[in-house]
Design a protein around this ligand. Structure first.
Ligand code: MLT
Length: 196
């Protein structure tokens, strides 16, 4: 997969952008979270009218399940290989996924047990209700939704919190008063979550 890797001296952040973004998009956010972190920032394999995404969709909020499944495996294989090539430990890595990037991160967590140490899901949707994972007990999941998000109803965050808790993930659910876009409050929440 197209990506950027920047070697740092502390933890590794795996960045997954939203629809229409690319591997450069979340680098400023990563620098705000931890300037010393290593960064693996990945570009989604799919193009929707020229806009990069991590899996195909049929309409707004209606996902192509076959593409979701295939791309979840591709992302899993890619980060496994990258951790060997760039010599970092996935058990200590944090995924930071925004919107479409958060949605494929959820699919990864629903497919594989504890694929990373921590997943920060910013404005996520429910990508699928099919779950193969049996336990996420070694995974910390932080969900940041917004009550005024015009793209994702807050119920998605509520269901995700319940579901991740049922898989024993250490789950924290934040609800903000802003929209779909990221704000300073997101940065503050992420920084706080990384310390735990
Ligand atoms: C999606 O995966 O389609 C979303 O959560 C919405 C978007 O990325 O625009």
């Amino acid at each position: 997969m197209k990506h950027i890797f920047q070697k740092g001296s502390t933890e590794t952040l795996i960045l997954l952008h939203g629809t229409g973004g690319d591997e450069t998009d979340l680098i400023p956010l990563a620098n705000m979270i931890n300037k010393e972190a290593s960064i693996l920032s990945v570009r989604g394999n799919v193009l929707e009218q020229g806009l990069p995404r991590f899996f195909k969709r049929i309409a707004m909020g209606v996902f192509d399940m076959e593409s979701l499944k295939n791309e979840t495996v591709n992302l899993h294989d890619f980060i496994q290989k990258a951790s060997k090539d760039y010599d970092f430990d996935l058990n200590k890595a944090t995924i930071v996924g925004y919107s479409n990037g958060a949605n494929i991160a959820i699919s990864l967590l629903f497919t594989y047990n504890n694929p990373v140490q921590r997943a920060i899901l910013l404005r996520p949707m429910i990508p699928t209700r099919e779950i193969q994972s049996t336990s996420l007990k070694d995974t910390q999941v932080i969900i940041v939704s917004s009550k005024k998000d015009t793209i994702v109803p807050i119920e998605h965050g509520v269901w995700l919190e319940k579901t991740f808790k049922s898989l024993d993930a250490q789950t924290t659910f934040y609800t903000l008063d802003t929209g779909h876009g990221l704000t300073q409050e997101d940065v503050n929440i992420i920084r706080l979550s990384m310390k735990k």
